[in-house]
Design a protein around this ligand. Sequence first.
Ligand code: FAD
Length: 444
Amino acid sequence: MKNKGIIAIVGGGLAGSECAALIARYGIRADIYEMKPVKFSEAHKSEYLAELVCSNSLKSNDVRSPQGLLKEELRRSGSLIIESADNAFVPAGDSLSVDRELFAKSITERLSSDENIRIIREEVRDFNILTDKYDAVVISTGPLTSPDAAGSLMNIAGGSDFLYFYDAVSPIITYESVDMSKAFFGSRYKKGSGDYINCPLSEEEYRALYNAIISAELVESHIDENLKFFEGCLPAEEIARRGYKSLAFGPFKPVGLGFDRKNMPFAVVQLRAENRERTLYSVVAFQTRMRYGSQEKVLRLIPALKNCEIVRYGQMHRNIYLNSPKVLSENLSLKNNPRIFVAGTLTGVEGYVEAAASGMIAGLSVVSYIKGKDFIPPPDMTAMGLLYRYITGRISVNKEYVPTNINKGLFLHNGAKRYSEKMAEEAIERIEEYRKTFNLKIYC
Ligand SMILES: Cc1cc2nc3c(=O)[nH]c(=O)nc-3n(C[C@H](O)[C@H](O)[C@H](O)COP(=O)(O)OP(=O)(O)OC[C@H]3O[C@@H](n4cnc5c(N)ncnc54)[C@H](O)[C@@H]3O)c2cc1C
């Protein structure tokens, strides 16, 4: 039987809850399918929707920072997640930290008591069954999507090339912060047109770097320890653990860069451009599980990076996400099935608030779809708009598609040299305008 005019949302996490709240605000009915408590992922523990699986911090609330700006944009758009976080706030400097129990409980109660929303506690294993029943389906099952559902999504999206299972990324730094008097452009063995920035190290400097890597504090692993690291993207600390010279003979090797034997540095750390404007560079082969503070300390031991500004930190954890620029249409539906939309970290956004933002954007798109209107995405140079542009491939990414949180780097995609407070002010104005054009109602 077809549930006409009703939308199925699979996964009642941060994205799914925000998406359902948004849809209900337009008077459209939504059924949320949530597998808890029938089945729990390895990280989920509570029966509530919108569970925070790890930290209770939603990161900076300072509106001048990209993280704080994203929250403010959501707040002004009537986000259920941010409103509930504000209400469940616990003091933690400038970050928005919450009482996780209160936070998730209040969201669950709000959604349960909404007349447009029904919560169905059931694991969805095959999305095709739902497309037969509903006008549209939103998949927001998160990075720990149950295996059957992941298989179903993979089949619909187009096969294994479109679903990734790991997230291993290196820190990204601004070009401006690199001391080019201690680095030079060039490609190993003259391949390419001198695309890399090369940062030479003497043996003494390398030893200090090696010791710092070996002794750096690591974040707890989110990776299933039974699954081995891919040899092709080992964390820097894992390579270092294999021996003193393993980095200097491996990814930091000084050869092929035109040095004669006498002047050869002991090691060379390479930086690779992250965007076409070359305002951002990632540190090659530096995917890492080091704590953020340690990453900064370690990288600053490289002479050319003494004052480096990190705009996105390295990270590594198990994570299922789609190759969104390839598989999603402009309105966040699957190219292979325009009635299936995707939201949350499955699209390649990273972080609680980013997941909520993605849920709101997908919700707006589904509402447009149901009303037979074209989807108007959030404007460029707003935090929401930049996340949207990243996942739909409108922001240039030189290498393999990897998840992103909101960060200063995204604001530099159109050639700006640095992120500024003025950008944040303008973004808020744009979001206010957007809210009006979309007639975005505040949740009540
Ligand atoms: C272990 C871990 C720790 C993390 N820690 C942090 C952190 O500290 N800070 C941070 O900002 N981000 C963190 N993240 C990243 C990310 O922000 C969170 O995972 C976030 O909760 C993702 O939001 P989401 O809505 O996409 O998915 P989720 O919030 O995970 O929601 C997905 C929901 O779908 C349900 N579900 C899954 N499969 C099915 C199915 N087949 N049928 C029905 N329901 C299903 C799940 O039970 C869950 O409730 C972490 C991720 C992981 C994996």
